[in-house]
Each structure stands twice: as structure tokens, then as C-alpha cells.
Design a protein. Structure first.
Lengths: 651, 74
């Protein structure tokens, strides 16, 4: 069995940076059992060939947890207490505070070494730390280093990988640190604190001027300024939003362009029609559906990385905390929710920056309610088809409806958050809502790129496979079985047809294929379910196929109504929709149908990519299944009320 | 006076944390907020809540309702 080495430390102590240095590219990302807390491990091998398992524990302040994630870290630490080697990463700038926990655990008998990180900043700050004296006084190994520059990391690495490193003799018998009675903990803490004070008086030479803190305060004076702070905040949030909303789309289009070229190559080179269709429309399209998210994720995490490493991200959380507080949320949910206005996939991935599991899951659950860009083609089609281009108080009615849809999504998301807050047990909430504001720093490009690549590769490996799999499955359901006899007879007609007829025939074939497919039959079968909210089987098929991605609703309607490809010229589809009649000659689709569809799309989780990424981020199907069910119920109920009421009113 | 009423940018000493739950006191204890320790109130967020507090050489934000339960003196 390999020996465990745990990296322990406060948030922002530089644990992750050090972990990356020690582990290199050999990293595994998983989850702690039964929860969404990310577990990062790596197998490191010593020159003699001994294997060590290095784990980067979630950040924690001490033995009485404040957040769910701290609790998970503590439990893991406690279960390993007699065997694991604990490497504490402490911020050398704040030694007196940060030594308390490792000293306390050392006193309890755990095997501890201390990496005094940020030594570059310590000397910049005019301080010095005598680690030799610390070592002799405590008997603990101290390693001065800088995870950022790499200085001193080698010495730590050689030490933890050596066979001869000392073990606390009391480790085997070390009592649980979690179940320490309150009084005993207070005493132990007091003792460790006193020792830490003595140690830092003896071994730390204070700089005269506290340069770093004073610089932080000066910058805060501007960045958190009552007037300038919010202005800068809106400017930066605008850039973040624009970047995923608009800047990513040329890149996604580029990827989809390559996919479509590859599809053409397959179609013209693979003879067997079924195989060719499976390769191009099934597999390549599924892969494309996944790859198309990569630019958004890459750009968003590049920006989040810059904001986080520079120290601005926690300050964003600080500034918006007040807005989120009434809904039982905190400032950290802002960026994930903002990202979800572009797309819930990167939005849900961004919830990684939230340290409390309950808040993180709440945010994941409400993210898909934010009005994402995939809803826009659906909203645009519906509004332009059915909402009269009238003016209300000088404003265009279609514009107002569109605005109302954005508002509806946001308000509903916050209300759902509030309900989840009111119904969840106190145990899962933070004891105290606090945010650590780290020093302002210039981001390190290498770290940043590694961070971005880490997110992208996790997405591709863990979520991508699920999403591509579901996309391919959905394609099969929408394409098979085919009515081969009908196809054969139509293809006969094709031979004699002119160009215009040809297109018509092909559109008819596509419509018939869809109608005959499993999904098509399911749509017909489910028609009674959707009739109370105003949909016939054609709209129902649209709803089913839009599970692939909401905007697919539009192209599916194009196919169902034998119009072929409608992207870019939706007027034809609009006219067709408006002209549909029921058997008794009345208009089939009305404003009531439109409103019902609008609220249905606002609330329903019509997106397998979101489902896939939620499954990856929560490590089980439970949360995505819950999301799908609650959103569908909400969507159906709201659509029912809207359809019935507006049908009455509009008569 | 409470931390909420205390003046900005002046050295304060914690007197008591009564009114806070046992768990909350533990969390604060670990941050270095306990009777006898020094702290300083630095900023208030643009919307009036939370506040930034300097504890040792680090900055933390605390919400108003917590600050209102921390008794301090200058
Ligand atoms: N100056 C300096 N910055 C560091 C050092 N180690 C980490 N950082 C920075 O400190 C911040 C927090 O680091 P991170 O590894 O994410 O901390 P974690 O929360 O403990 O995992 C990042 O901006 C790092 O770039 C160091 O040795 N020197």
C-alpha cells in the first residue's frame, strides 16, 4: 500500500500551487465519497521506487469546521491521522496565526511537517523567518519555500519522499481530533496559540512597515470605493459576460465548421448509408456538441483564473454579498449565475469556486433557470411569430416580452434558492459567512494556463463522454426506425423530379423519418399529456428533440413541417405556424400556445449538456435527476396555468 | 460598543462574543477573534454590508449581524 501524504492548509495558503509543483501533470481529480467536494490526488514516486499518494485537502481553518467542505477535509484528515504524513502549507506572512493548527495536531501526536510558503512575499515585505530555530524549538520539520517561484520546493519533495523521515511515535495511538470535547479543544488551542506566539516572537523578524498589507489597503481604497468600486465591478462583469456570450461563439462556430467538413467527408466516402449516417449525424455531431462548449469554458475560466489569482474574485463576492443574502446565498454565487445567463454549462462548472457544498448545490440547481443563449432562438421564433408588433408605453411589445422572459428566469431562480434555503437544515449552512480577502497579486501565466486546461480536460473526460453519449442516443431515437418502403417510393420520384421538387421530396422524407422514429412515435403517444398545455404531437416532438439543446426546437419544427433547414430564414416557419388550422377550421397555434411554450422553455431543463455537467460536478445522478423533475413540474404547471388562463382571456 | 458601532481604522480590542452561538465563537476563535485580541475595522461594502476586518495581517469580511454581536473597546 502506498503511503499517504496530505497537504493541509487554510484557503489561499498556496496549497494548490504547491500540489501542482509536487505532482506535476500526474494528477487525478475525483470526489470524496458521497459528496461534491473535489478530491485531487497524485501518485509520486521516490527515486527508490516507493510510491506515495499525495492528496490536496480542501482548505480549512481549524478543527471546528465552518463550511461543509472544511468538514469533509477534516473527516478525511481524521480517518488518516495515525498513518498519514501531514504537510501543512502555511502563509509565511501570517505565521503566528497559521502555526496554531499544525502545532495543535503535533501535540495530539499526528505526524506533521510545515511548508512555510510565500517566502518571496515575506522577504519583499521586509521580514525574515528563522526556520532552523523553529525546527530546533519544536522538533517539527520546517521548509521555507515559494510555491510560486519554486524555490525550496525540491527540499520539501526530497524530504517527503525519503524513507528516513521521522514519524511522530504517538501517531499510532493518536485520538480522534474531530471528537475532541469542547473544553479540551479550548485548552489545546490556547496552548498551541501561546506556543505559536512565543515562536514567532523568537524566530520571526518583523519588517518595519507591513508593506503588503498597506498596499492591499491602498488598492482596496480604490477598488472597493463606494462609487468607483461598483463602476469597475460592472465594467469587469460586462467583459466576463461578453466574453462567453459573444467572443466564444466565433471559436465554437470554427469548431462546428470543422465538424461539418468532417461530416461531409464521411458522407461522400462511406458508401453504406446507415453507417455513414451513424458516423456523421450520430457520432460526429455528438462530439461536435461537446467540443462546441470548449471555447466558452476556456474563456470563462481564463477570466475567473485571472480574477481569482489577482485577488479580485473574493472582493466581487464581498461587494455583491448584500444582494444575494436575502435569498440565503452569498456573494460567491454571483459569477456562476452571471455565466449561466450565457450558458449553464460553464456556469455550473464555475460553482467550483463556492466553498460550501449546500450553496454550491443550490447554485447548480438554479443555474439552468437563468435565461441562457440557447433559449434565444426559441424565444425569438415564438415572439416574432405570435406577439403583435405593437407598442406599449412607447416600447415595442415583442421587446418587452423578451425582457420579461429574462426577468422571469432570474426571479424564479432566486425564489427557488430561497425555498431551498428555508427548507434545508442548519447543519449544512456556514456557521459564519466570511470571506478571506487575500493579497493582491499579479497572476502567473503558467499557473493560469494549467488551471484553464485542468477545467477543460475535466469537462471533456468526465462530462463530455456523458453528453456525447446522450446526444448519440437522442439521435438514434430521432432517426430510427425508418419507413424504408416510403423512402424507396419517394426516392423513385426523386429521379424524375426537377430541382425544386427534389427539395420538396427530400423535406417530405425528412418529415416522415422524424414522424416514424421512436421519438416521433413517443411524441404522438405523449400528445395527450401535452394537450392541456396546448401542444399537438408536432410541438411535442419539438419539445422532445430540444432535449439535445433548446435551439434544436426551431430546426425540428422546420423538419416536422417539411420545410427543410430553416436556420437563417425563419419567416417561412413563422408563416407556416400561423397558418396551421385545426379540423374545425380554427387557428391551431395562437398567442396562448406561444405564451405556454415561452414559460415551458423558461423553466424546463431541456438540455442534456447541463444534465451531463451537473452529473459530473455533483458526482451522482441524484442532483441532475432532481433538477430535471422539479424543473419539468414547474414548467408544466406554469404552462398549464398560462395556457388555460390566456385561452380564456384571449377568446 | 459593538464592532458595528466602532470607528473605522482604529485599533480595537475584543471584549466578549456573548450572543454568538458556541459554534460561531469557535470559528472566530480560530481566526484569532477572541477576548483580549486586537482587530481593526477597515471598510464597508458598497451596499453597506458586509464589513472588512483586519485580524493580524489578514483581511476578512464579516456580515453585519455577526459584527453586531462582537463587543469591542478602543
Ligand atoms: N507570491 C506568492 N504567491 C503564491 C505562492 N504560492 C501561491 N501563491 C498565490 O496565492 C494564491 C492562492 O494560491 P492557491 O494555490 O490557489 O491557494 P489554495 O487556496 O491554498 O489552494 C494564488 O494567487 C497563488 O498564485 C508563493 O509562494 N508566493
Amino acid at each position: 500500500m502506498s503511503q499517504e501524504i496530505l497537504l493541509v492548509g487554510r484557503p489561499n495558503s498556496g496549497k494548490t500551487t504547491l500540489f501542482n509543483r509536487l505532482a506535476g501533470t500526474n494528477q487525478k481529480v475525483g470526489n470524496y465519497a458521497g459528496c461534491t467536494v473535489e478530491k485531487k490526488t497524485s501518485i509520486v514516486t521516490s527515486p527508490e521506487g516507493i510510491e506515495f499518494e499525495l492528496t490536496d485537502l480542501p482548505g480549512m481553518y481549524s478543527l471546528k469546521p465552518n463550511t461543509m467542505d472544511e468538514e469533509v477535509a477534516l473527516k478525511h484528515l481524521d480517518s488518516m491521522r495515525s498513518t498519514a504524513y501531514l504537510v501543512f502549507v502555511v502563509d509565511g506572512n501570517n505565521l503566528e496565526q497559521e502555526l496554531i493548527l499544525p502545532l495543535l495536531l503535533h501535540h495530539r501526536g499526528l505526524t506533521v511537517a510545515i511548508a512555510v510558503n510565500m517566502m518571496d512575499e515575506v522577504s519583499e515585505n521586509g521580514k525574515s523567518i528563522n526556520t532552523d530555530a523553529l525546527r530546533t524549538r519544536t522538533g517539527i520539520e520546517f521548509f521555507p519555500l515559494s510555491a510560486k517561484t519554486g524555490d525550496g520546493v525540491e527540499a520539501l519533495k526530497n524530504h517527503i519522499l525519503s524513507k528516513t523521515r521521522p514519524k511522530n511515535p504517538r501517531a499510532v495511538l493518536a485520538p480522534s481530533v474531530l471528537q475532541m470535547p469542547e473544553e479540551q479543544f479550548r485548552l489545546a488551542h490556547k496552548e498551541a496559540k501561546a506556543e505559536s506566539k512565543r515562536l514567532s516572537l523568537a524566530c520571526v523578524t518583523q519588517g518595519l512597515d507591513n508593506r503588503l498589507l498597506r498596499r492591499d489597503l491602498r488598492i482596496d481604497g480604490i477598488i472597493l470605493h463606494r462609487l468607483f468600486g461598483p463602476v469597475l465591478f460592472f465594467a469587469i462583469m460586462f467583459v466576463v459576460f461578453q466574453s462567453i456570450f459573444t467572443w466564444a461563439s466565433p471559436l465554437s462556430d470554427g469548431i462546428l465548421f470543422f465538424i461539418s467538413k468532417a461530416q461531409e467527408v464521411v458522407r461522400s466516402n462511406v458508401g453504406a448509408p446507415l453507417l455513414s449516417s451513424l458516423l456523421s449525424d450520430g457520432i460526429l455531431a455528438g462530439v461536435g456538441a461537446v467540443l462546441a462548449f470548449v471555447p466558452q469554458i476556456g474563456i470563462l475560466f481564463l477570466l475567473i483564473g485571472i480574477l481569482e489569482y489577482s485577488g479580485y474574485l473574493p472582493r466581487v463576492a464581498y461587494m455583491v454579498d448584500r444582494v444575494m443574502k436575502p435569498f440565503g446565498l452569498d456573494g460567491k454565487v454571483f459569477i456562476p449565475l452571471l455565466s449561466s445567463v450565457a450558458c449553464a454549462v460553464p456556469g455550473i462548472m464555475a460553482t467550483r469556486t463556492i466553498e460550501n457544498e449546500r450553496t454550491r448545490i443550490t447554485t447548480i440547481m438554479i443555474s439552468p433557470l437563468m435565461t441562457c443563449s440557447a433559449r434565444l432562438p426559441v424565444y425569438t421564433l415564438l415572439i416574432s411569430t405570435f406577439v403583435p408588433a405593437a407598442r406599449v408605453w412607447g416600447l415595442s411589445l415583442p421587446g418587452l416580452v423578451m425582457f420579461a422572459m429574462y426577468l422571469l428566469g432570474t426571479v424564479t431562480a432566486l425564489v427557488v434558492a430561497l425555498i431551498l434555503h428555508l427548507t434545508s437544515s442548519n447543519k449544512k449552512k456556514n456557521v459564519i459567512d466570511m470571506i478571506h480577502l487575500p493579497h493582491y497579486r499579479t497572476p502567473d501565466w503558467k499557473l493560469l494556463l494549467r488551471y484553464v486546461w485542468g477545467r477543460i480536460s475535466v469537462f471533456l473526460r468526465k462530462a463530455g463522454t456523458v453528453i456525447a453519449g446522450m446526444a448519440i442516443l437522442l439521435w438514434v431515437l430521432l432517426s430510427f426506425p425508418r419507413d424504408e418502403a416510403f423512402r424507396a417510393s419517394m426516392e423513385n420520384n426523386l429521379k424524375t423530379a426537377n430541382a425544386e421538387q427534389k427539395e420538396q421530396i427530400q423535406n417530405q422524407i425528412a418529415a416522415k423519418d422524424l414522424e416514424n422514429s421512436i421519438a416521433g412515435k413517443t411524441g404522438k403517444f405523449l400528445e395527450p399529456v401535452f394537450r392541456p398545455i396546448g401542444y399537438d404531437w408536432k410541438l411535442t416532438i419539438g419539445i422532445l428533440s430540444s432535449l439535445a439543446a433548446r435551439e434544436v426546437f426551431v430546426s425540428t419544427l422546420g423538419t416536422v413541417f417539411s420545410l427543410g433547414k430553416v436556420e437563417g430564414h425563419e419567416e417561412g416557419l413563422s408563416a407556416t405556424l400561423r397558418a396551421q388550422k385545426t379540423e374545425d377550421g380554427k387557428l391551431k397555434y395562437t398567442l396562448a400556445t406561444c405564451l405556454s411554450l415561452l414559460v415551458f422553455f423558461a423553466f424546463s431543463l431541456q438540455c442534456i449538456s447541463t444534465i451531463g455537467v451537473a452529473r459530473r460536478e455533483t458526482n451522482s445522478w441524484k442532483i441532475p435527476a432532481t433538477m430535471f423533475v422539479y424543473m419539468f413540474t414547474l414548467a408544466y404547471t406554469a404552462a398549464f396555468i398560462v395556457y388555460q388562463v390566456s385561452s380564456l382571456l384571449l377568446k | 460598543m459593538t464592532l458595528l458601532e466602532a470607528p473605522f481604522r482604529s485599533q480595537l480590542r475584543v471584549l466578549s462574543l456573548t450572543g454568538l452561538s458556541e459554534e460561531a465563537r469557535m470559528v472566530l476563535l480560530q481566526l484569532g477573534v477572541e477576548p483580549g485580541e486586537a482587530l481593526e475595522k477597515m471598510h464597508v461594502a458598497p451596499l453597506g454590508d458586509p464589513l472588512t476586518i483586519r485580524i493580524g495581517e489578514q483581511l476578512f469580511t464579516l456580515r453585519k449581524e455577526v459584527c453586531g454581536l462582537i463587543e469591542v473597546e478602543s
